[in-house]
Ligand binder design. Sequence first.
Ligand SMILES: [Zn+2]
Length: 135
Amino acid sequence: MSYDQLTPTPDADSKPFWDACRNHQLMFQKCAECGDVRWPPSILCPQCHCRDAEWIESVGKGTVYSYAIYHQAFHPAFAAKLPYVVAIVQLDEGPMILTNIIGCPHESLACEMPVQVAWDDVSEECSLPKFLPIL
Ligand SMILES: [Zn+2]
């Protein structure tokens, strides 16, 4: 199985997010009532249960909240990428996103390290938001 067969399958809630990724835009829903910026996309605000939201574009910057260096492939499609970094990045707008840190020596990884989005165009249909350190 190749890497691009493992790309996300958008649903009704997440399709605007993945469509924007193809244009290298990181978009999140912002609650019209309380202003909470959320991830993953959902029909309701998890804070106040309001159904009204707008999509806003993130500046694509944040910090590493947590990370792990994977030395074992939990799916054969990722075996050639070992070792790689799985991280939770907290965007400046608030949401936390599960992603990969790229372009960073593993010994330099640190929580609270500033990062910016870097697009991995894995297929015609899919670009994945990954993150690079801000030097
Ligand atoms: Zn809300």
